[in-house]
Design a protein around this ligand. Structure first.
Ligand SMILES: [Zn+2]
Ligand SMILES: [Zn+2]
Length: 444
């Protein structure tokens, strides 16, 4: 069994893509994600593929984040004839994510789109649904999915060659269990080799109480009327914030009249998908009799005109809008209006990558450029670090320790300092640890 590292390798965090070869007639892909970030990273999306999609047996997808699924429509051009295997919630979320990616690309006049909505539709037709712990067989290959506890429907995937008896586990993105919505990460217990993510390979997440911070922020704008802006990712984070506010309202820790606007078309669509998959919720979320993402004062604004009217709503009010790093979306219009007001508070609830507007505000910029406009920042700024949906170093190590038979570990999906720190921490006798570079091939 051979594995080729075609993305999220060599210190890169995006573009997850691995090619597994059992023999000349049995080749599969795990993940086919978009490269995201600096232009020199994103240009990889447009490079010719190093494999022939028409001879691939199958594609296995760990989860619906764009950096894992974003290049799947390229299979359509390459004449792929197999199936793309994923869990049911992943299939629903992938549709939202890929359609959004195609729409944004089609609007960009500076370059031709990587693919169009039409190709997204052809891709969706190739999806085959898989359940956790129900292995699928394709010739000598066996694939098993387990809950990775990262976002709804997320999986770790084990591939076994029944002929050579070799096996390899792909962690996918591992969750930060216990999380507010999904079940805890499930463990595999044996394999010859492991491909493991290392996003937070060097650190432990801080111990914070996100609900308490959100309560404090809402109480602040209730006591001294203002607007609280929460830039949030559409998948998982938006639903986590809504669920937390649901509890705060029920426990009367925030005022029932305080309006909370969900002003994100993609966040609204994703929340609808979340409502369809109660079986995938953790125990606490399943115990809700009412809809856990709704509460008194919650207002959903799908239409652009309703979104614009939020401006005229009296304070106090909370606005949850995308994008999570303020690199686009409706949050930008609200930021232009509200950031110059000292009564505004802005709460960051997710990672802000370099050079994004979110990162600049978080680092204390007094002025930011938003859509060619200079905007003064007088708002109060706060951050929650503990709401990560990625395992930290201790959790990554615990997950790996469950795979007692592993002889080789390949670290991917992390920057080099994180990978080196994790490599040091997990080094033990008999275990080989590799930091694969792009296009590197290994025999398992
Ligand atoms: Zn992810
Ligand atoms: Zn709850």
């Amino acid at each position: 069994m051979k594995i080729e590292f075609l993305g999220a390798s060599g210190g890169e965090v995006t573009g997850s893509n691995y090619l597994v070869t059992l023999d000349d007639t049995n080749q599969i892909l795990v993940d086919f994600g978009m490269f995201q970030g600096r232009p020199e990273i994103e240009k990889h999306n447009f490079e010719p593929l190093s494999f022939n999609p028409s001879t691939l047996q199958a594609v296995f997808l760990t989860h619906a984040h764009l950096d894992h699924c974003g290049r799947l429509p390229l299979l359509v051009f390459g004449g792929f004839k197999g199936k793309i295997y994923m869990t049911k919630p992943t299939a629903s979320l992938v549709q939202i994510i890929l359609e959004d990616a195609a729409r944004i690309a089609e609007k960009d006049r500076d370059k031709s789109p990587l693919y169009t909505t039409d190709e997204v539709w052809k891709t969706i037709k190739m999806i085959e649904i898989v359940s956790y712990d129900h292995p699928i067989l394709l010739k000598s290959l066996k694939a098993e999915f387990k809950d990775a506890g990262h976002i709804l429907g997320s999986s770790s995937i084990k591939i076994t060659d029944n002929e050579s008896k070799k096996s390899i586990i792909f962690s996918g993105d591992l969750g930060n269990s216990p999380q507010s919505i999904v079940k805890p990460t499930d463990y595999f217990d044996n394999a010859d080799a492991v491909v493991m993510e290392s996003t937070y390979g060097d650190s432990s997440h801080p111990k914070e109480n996100p609900a308490k911070i959100i309560q404090e922020e809402i109480n602040e704008i209730e006591n001294k009327p203002g607007t609280l802006l929460i830039p949030a990712f559409a998948l998982e984070r938006t639903q986590e914030i809504l669920h937390i506010i649901n509890h705060l309202k029920k426990d009367k820790k925030v005022h029932p009249d305080t309006k909370v606007f969900l002003d994100s078309p993609m966040g609204i669509d994703a929340t609808t998908v979340y409502l369809d998959f109660k079986d995938f919720y953790n125990e606490e979320l399943q115990s809700h009799i009412e809809i856990p993402f709704n509460f008194e004062g919650a207002i959903v604004t799908s239409e652009s005109k309703d979104s614009k009217n939020i401006l005229h709503e009296p304070d106090p009010k909370v606005i949850i809008a995308g994008s999570g790093m303020m690199s686009g979306g409706r949050i930008l219009r609200h930021a232009t209006t509200f950031l110059p007001r000292s009564s505004t508070r802005i709460l960051f609830v997710g990672y802000q990558s370099e050079e994004t507007i979110g990162r600049k505000i978080l680092e204390g910029a007094k002025n930011v450029r938003i859509e060619k406009q200079s905007v003064t920042v007088r708002a109060h700024i706060r951050e929650i670090k503990a709401l990560s949906s990625h395992a930290d170093q201790p959790k990554l190590i615990t997950w790996l320790e469950h795979i007692a038979t592993a002889k080789k570990v390949y670290l991917t999906h992390g920057e080099l300092p994180q990978q080196h720190a994790l490599q040091k921490k997990i080094s033990k006798a008999g275990l080989e640890i590799f930091l694969p570079k792009m296009s590197e091939v290994f025999e398992i």
